[in-house]
Every structure is written in structure tokens, then in C-alpha cells.
Design a protein around this ligand. Structure first.
Ligand code: FAD
Length: 523
């Protein structure tokens, strides 16, 4: 088999992935490979929709491995004695275990193992930056390409979603103490799933009418189908998680009220407030924040021409930024009819923070990249509609505090890009709606919640994690925080109330610091 770019399409039939909705098939046979044969198997590319076709539709780009590719890819795993891939995963998924079970045809075992470690595997199998996590440390990467861990995770997770009847049923154990979770993004959902597993009564309060956080309002359908997010949420609800939508904490209820009603609180409200460029012309008609643009398209259905939600459809669109959000916005603009969709990024290609796969897909879809440029003004006509963006070229100087080379403007290098729309995707920060309503909640200088090593805030019994603590980060880091917070809450409540919980039997021993916090709260 020839060596392919990790994200290039291999000409394979994808019929077996269950286009009929039945999900991926379970492997039927298993032959034994010698170590040499195993090493000779090349990484298998993810089948994907044709780039020309997909740049005009919102269907998922990646199609999922068919059975033979999944099994062959699983054969590439060396089942290392010291599986460093587990250390590379912030939620510590037992990667070799689920891959071995998949390889051996035990799909029920593989799915049960994966779901035990990861509350949202269909999500992480699609959007995790595996190249800098599990796959980044895979030993096969040293002499070639890493095992396609994310692709295999997606295969097993999609199989689990399509075969709920085959999986062991979670047994909610009501009667435990109660925990309120604010926000239904990856951090909140993971914490809730973990808490009900341990035996707590967990209720999520979500400001929007829909559950999933960025997964539902930010990441577009063509990367993260919304019905899949909903089915992952449904699985958590079936396991006992309660969800109250349209509940803005800081407005509908206060944090204080939740503290009175619940034994502990986990704040996972993300960091969804857009940052702007602060250049002249930024308030012209035709300038969107990426947050508004993507929310209109994803959550409010503007991708569908039949929907009531208004959205501008520029023929020439410039997206400012270089992260996943920028890639999602520019690829969305292409799908909404932009003939010229351009990324303007102030550093170089090597510094792009977006996942490699998203950059590769954007290029395939005809997105243009202007590297080392920074906007200085948005230009408009007499009716205040955008007509272009003026930029200045940048040189890369010495590394800054982030370790990346600092961009410096090159005097006299200004130029204009004509366009009808500009989307600003240069970052987000914390939304003060909840944090400003609770003066006892300690924040850092940027307005993010400060926590101790157990994710407990300055208020005893109130924990926090995900983007509202870290600043804009990743799905898997938010999930790691959700998992850690659930176990910290368990230890805190056991120390406070002396109630034995399942976590202790599951090998999560009491933690001195959390116990000390609980003692403080007891007075
Ligand atoms: P969020 O997902 O932001 O969820 C917070 C939830 O809290 C939201 O539902 C919000 O409505 C709710 N909320 C806020 N305030 C209140 C309140 N006062 N009361 C009640 N509810 C409230 N990461 C990756 O790993 N891979 C990617 O490919 C990727 N792509 C991205 C693309 C986009 C467009 C964006 C915006 C982000 C992307 N990220 C990606 C980052 C990732 O999505 C976030 O790091 C992650 O979602 C953070 O999870 P969270 O649970 O902390 O917060």
C-alpha cells in the first residue's frame, strides 16, 4: 500500500459505514499479523466527500472508516507495554484497550471500554487535535505515521451510537447528593456524565435552548453533525443527567440560589465573548464576529435557505484569524456562496493554530491564505457597507511569551483586499454575565475564574473548569476538567457529609486538599 498524506483520500468504498443509518459494521474476521507485517501496514486515510462537491454543501466532510480499514488500522497499533498515547490524552482514554477489542471483533467490549473513559467519543473522534495529543506521542510516529487513533475512536463511537441496545445499560442511582452544573458544553456534559456514574443527582443549567455549547452553536455541521451531538446528549440523559435549558445563571437564577438548592456547583460557562480588532471601520455593515456568524448559521439554521434567520452571503469574504474558529468561518462562507474566501493571518503557515486537517480541508475547498498580514482598517462605501479591508504586511521577529515568533508591521507595505464581508475570528474571552453577579468568585486579570488544583473556586463547594478557567482551549481539555471536577466534587462532598460514594470503590482515593476545603466549608 502506498504512502499517503495523512489526510489525503484513498479511493475506498464507504458503503459499509452504514449510509443507511445502521452505523459502522462490526469486524467479522481477524487474521494474525507478525510484528514485521504489522509495521509494514501504512496509515489509512479517512474517506471524505469530494472537495468540489462539499464546498457547496453542509454535509459532513469526513465519512468514517469502513470496516476493513478500521480493522487494518487497528492492526497497526503495537499494543505498547508503556502506552504513552494514554498520557497524551487529557481524559486518559485507554487507547490500546479499545483498539485491541476492535481488532479482535469485540465491538461491544470496545464501545463499553471507550464510553467508560470518555463521555463524548463521537465528538472527540471528530474534533480533537490528535496530532498534538495521543497521535503526537504514538511510537509509530517516530518511524512513519501514527496509528489513526482519532479515526478509530470515531469508528467505535459511531458503532456504539448505532447499536445502543447492544451496550450495557447505565443504572442511574438516584438518592445521591445533588450537583448543579452551569453550561452544557464539553466540560459541563462530561462532569454531569461522570457525576451520575458515581451516584450523584446532576442537573445542567444551559442558557441556550439547545445543549452542547460550542459543539452545537460554533463548530459547523460539516465537521460536527448536530444530530450526533444530540444523540450523545441523549445517552447522558438516559444515564440520569437532568438538563434545564433557557436558564441563564446570573439572570434566570443566581449562583447563590443554586448554592442553596444543590450540595455543590460546577461552573462551565465557556469563554464565548468575541474579541474585536479595534481598527477603523469595524462597525460597518458586513462585519461579523465569528461567534455571531457561526451561531446564526449553526444554531439558528441560516445554512438552510428556508430558515428565517438572516445572514449575509458575501461573494468575497475575508476572515481574520488562523485558528479552528477562523477555518470554520471561512469554510462556512464558501458553502454560503463566497467565490473568494480568504484567511488573513498575522503569522505564517507554520504558526497556524488550527488543526492540520482543517487547514488541509480549507485549502482543498479553494480557500485562499494571506499569511503575515494584519488588518489596519475596514473600508466602506457611502452607505456604510463593507467594500474591502486594508492590511499591512508583517515580518516575524523574536519569539514572544507564547513561544511563537512575534509579528512586526513592515512600514509602507499596506495593501487592500476588496470584499463585501469581514469575519473577525481573533479570539474570545470570558463573558462577565455570571462572574460579575457573584462578588465572592475570584477572577484573574483577564476575567477568568481562578481555581485550586482540584478545580475548586474561591467559594467552597463551587468548582469550575473548561474555557472559563483556561481561556479558549480545546474540547478535550474542557472534558478533562469536567472529569476531574466530578471526582473533586465527590471527594469534597464525602469529606463534608461523610457519605461513602462509588468513586472510592472505583479507585479514586480521598484527596487531602479537597478534604481540607470541605473542612473549611464546614467551619
Ligand atoms: P462551551 O463549549 O463554550 O460551553 C459553555 C456553555 O455554557 C454554552 O452552552 C453556553 O451557552 C453556556 N453558558 C454560558 N453562560 C451561561 C450562563 N450564565 N448560564 C447558563 N449557561 C451558560 N476545540 C477542539 O478541540 N477542536 C476543534 O476543532 C475546535 N473547534 C472550534 C471551533 C469553534 C468555532 C469554536 C468557537 C471553538 C472550537 N474549539 C475546538 C474549542 C472548543 O470548542 C472549546 O474549547 C470547548 O467547547 C470549551 O468547552 P466548555 O464546556 O468550557 O465551554
Amino acid at each position: 500500500m502506498s504512502e499517503l498524506h495523512p489526510f489525503e483520500t484513498e479511493p475506498v468504498s464507504v458503503g459499509e459505514t452504514g449510509g443507511d443509518g445502521s452505523g459502522p459494521a462490526a469486524p467479522t474476521e481477524h487474521r494474525t499479523y507478525t510484528p514485521k507485517e504489522r509495521m509494514a501496514i501504512d496509515r489509512h486515510a479517512m474517506p471524505e466527500q469530494d472537495a468540489v462537491l462539499r464546498s457547496a454543501n453542509f454535509r459532513e466532510v469526513n465519512l468514517g472508516y469502513p470496516e476493513q480499514l478500521a480493522v487494518l488500522e487497528a492492526e497497526r497499533c503495537l499494543q505498547c507495554k508503556n502506552p504513552v498515547c494514554i498520557d497524551g490524552c487529557p481524559v486518559r482514554v485507554n487507547i490500546p484497550r479499545f483498539i485491541e477489542l476492535l481488532r479482535d471483533g469485540d465491538m461491544v467490549g470496545a464501545a463499553a471500554s471507550l464510553l467508560d473513559d470518555n463521555a463524548l467519543p463521537c465528538v472527540t473522534g471528530r474534533v480533537c487535535p490528535q496530532e498534538i495529543q495521543c497521535e503526537g506521542v504514538c511510537v509509530r510516529a517516530k518511524k512513519g505515521t501514527p496509528v489513526g487513533i482519532g479515526y478509530l475512536e470515531r469508528y467505535v463511537a459511531d458503532w456504539a451510537l448505532a447499536h445502543p441496545e447492544s451496550l450495557p445499560k447505565a443504572a442511574p442511582s438516584p438518592g445521591g447528593r445533588s450537583v448543579a452544573i452551569i453550561g452544557s458544553g464539553p466540560a459541563g456534559l462530561t462532569a454531569a456524565g461522570e457525576l451520575v456514574k458515581i451516584g450523584y443527582d446532576a442537573t445542567i443549567f444551559e442558557a441556550f435552548h439547545a445543549t452542547g455549547g460550542v459543539l452545537i452553536y460554533g463548530i459547523p455541521e460539516f465537521r460536527m453533525p448536530k444530530d450526533i451531538v444530540q444523540r450523545e446528549v441523549d445517552r447522558l440523559v438516559a444515564a440520569g443527567v437532568k438538563i434545564e435549558t433557557n436558564a441563564i445563571i446570573g439572570r434566570t437564577y443566581t449562583l447563590r440560589e443554586l448554592r442553596e438548592r444543590f450540595d455543590a456547583v460546577f461552573i462551565a460557562v465557556g469563554a464565548g465573548l468575541p474579541v474585536f480588532m479595534h481598527v477603523p471601520g469595524e462597525n460597518l455593515k458586513g462585519v461579523y464576529s465569528a461567534n455571531e456568524y457561526l451561531t446564526r448559521v449553526n444554531l439558528m439554521g441560516a445554512w438552510n435557505p428556508e430558515a428565517d434567520t438572516p445572514i449575509l452571503r458575501g461573494h468575497r469574504v475575508v476572515v481574520v484569524g488562523g485558528g479552528n474558529v477562523a477555518m470554520d468561518a471561512v469554510r462556512t462562507a464558501r458553502r454560503l456562496g463566497a467565490e473568494e474566501a480568504t484567511i488573513a493571518y498575522r503569522r505564517g503557515r507554520a504558526e497556524l493554530p488550527a488543526r492540520i486537517e482543517e487547514v488541509h480541508h480549507a485549502e482543498q475547498e479553494g480557500v485562499r491564505f494571506e499569511f503575515q498580514v494584519a488588518p489596519t482598517e475596514v473600508l466602506g462605501d457611502e452607505n456604510r457597507w463593507v467594500t474591502g479591508i486594508r492590511c499591512i504586511r508583517m515580518a516575524l521577529g523574536e519569539p514572544d511569551s507564547s513561544g511563537r515568533r512575534r509579528p512586526e508591521p513592515i512600514p509602507g507595505s499596506e495593501f487592500e483586499i476588496p470584499c463585501e464581508m469581514v469575519v473577525v475570528a481573533i479570539g474570545t474571552r470570558s463573558n462577565p454575565l455570571l462572574t460579575a453577579s457573584e462578588p465572592d468568585l475570584a477572577l484573574n486579570q483577564w476575567g477568568y475564574i481562578t481555581v485550586d488544583e482540584n478545580l475548586m473556586t474561591s467559594i467552597p463547594g463551587v468548582f469550575s473548569g473548561g474555557d472559563i478557567v483556561r481561556g479558549a482551549a480545546t474540547v478535550i481539555l474542557a472534558m478533562g476538567d469536567g472529569k476531574q471536577a466530578a471526582h473533586s466534587i465527590d471527594r469534597y462532598l464525602r469529606a463534608r457529609h461523610g457519605v461513602p460514594h462509588l468513586a472510592i470503590m472505583n479507585g479514586h482515593p480521598p484527596n487531602d486538599a479537597v478534604d481540607a476545603g470541605a473542612a473549611r466549608a464546614r467551619g
